[in-house]
Design a protein. Structure first.
Length: 307
């Protein structure tokens, strides 16, 4: 049989005929006129090579072939319908794995609260966090494995973005630093030794890109690949780290750090959540994004309270 030439509406008509065992009632069931239903029955007889419905006295009866078709046809049509209906995501029972890409600062700020939600609502779901990489090395094969990206406003091809939370940058120095709050002054800032953060896929610390636009070059003594590493270095040396303010606050007590306002206001940083366009209507992705957005909104509420 040439399936390309098959009118799938005939299968709907056949299902109604097999369930009703009557042309008139089958026509009413699927919204056809009786002549149209009779025409469909004739086409089905020619296609299948069986009369399907035969008259016995005043009644119509199904042939053995028709009876044999009834159950598998109903099952097949249900499977076809399921192709066009997204499956619900049952978080409590799901064993799905999600891959998230984010820098270490996002792990520190978001994941404790986020995982608290996950373990409560979806105890069998697994979250894999992979190191952040920039758009230049975010190739298509790797992108297909990623369910969410947390990043600043870079564009990731094939991904939609939503604002997650806002932050600002400040200076992190160890408690008891010999210069300390004097770093608010431009001369002290320029004379200090800095630890820069250059994440995989970037050419330089984004702070330096911004400073250069202001005609300023700072003295970089050390480059590290992560923000938390920068804070650990700042906590045990006289180097200073120009990093997101929220991260300093999160680790200030643990590392004995002090937050100092920089001599220039860098403004607000916008952290975004990126998700694949292919998963826009996927129930599991929608659920995951909702939880992440809730977590980001909580950070912003905390910031407003602190101001």
């Amino acid at each position: 049989m040439n399936l390309a030439a098959l009118d799938l509406n005939l299968l709907v008509a056949l299902d109604a005929l097999l369930k009703e065992g009557n042309v008139s009632r089958a026509a009413m069931r699927i919204g056809l006129s009786q002549p149209a239903a009779s025409h469909a029955l004739q086409r089905l007889r020619d296609l299948i090579g069986d009369p399907l419905l035969v008259r016995t006295g005043v009644r119509m009866e199904l042939t053995p072939r028709a009876l044999a078709l009834r159950a598998p046809l109903a099952q097949t049509l249900e499977q076809v319908r399921a192709l066009f209906v997204a499956e619900d995501f049952d978080a409590a029972r799901s064993e799905r794995q999600f891959r998230l890409m984010m820098p270490d600062l996002a792990v520190e700020l978001l994941m404790p609260s986020f995982m608290g939600k996950i373990t409560k609502l979806a105890p069998h779901v697994r979250i894999d966090v992979v190191p952040w990489r920039g758009p230049a090395i975010f190739h298509a094969e790797f992108a297909r494995t990623i369910d969410l990206v947390i990043s600043i406003g870079n564009a990731f091809k094939g991904f939609h973005r939503q604002l997650l939370y806002t932050d600002s940058d400040a200076l992190a120095v160890r408690r008891g630093h010999p210069v300390g709050t004097k770093l608010k002054q431009r001369d002290a800032f320029l004379n200090a030794l800095h630890v820069a953060v250059i994440i995989r896929g970037q050419n330089e610390d984004l702070i330096d890109t911004w400073l250069r636009s202001k005609g300023i070059e700072r003295h970089i003594a050390l480059v590290v690949p992560g923000y938390i590493e920068a804070l650990h270095v700042a906590a045990r040396t006289d180097l200073i780290a120009f990093v997101p303010r929220r991260l300093i606050a999160a680790l200030a007590r643990q590392l004995s750090l002090v937050t100092v306002a920089p001599p220039l206001d860098p403004g607000l940083d916008e952290q975004f959540m990126f998700y694949p366009a292919r998963a826009q209507m996927d129930p599991g992705s929608i659920w995951l994004r909702k939880l992440m957005l809730e977590t980001g909104r909580e950070l912003d509420r905390e910031r407003r309270k602190a101001v």
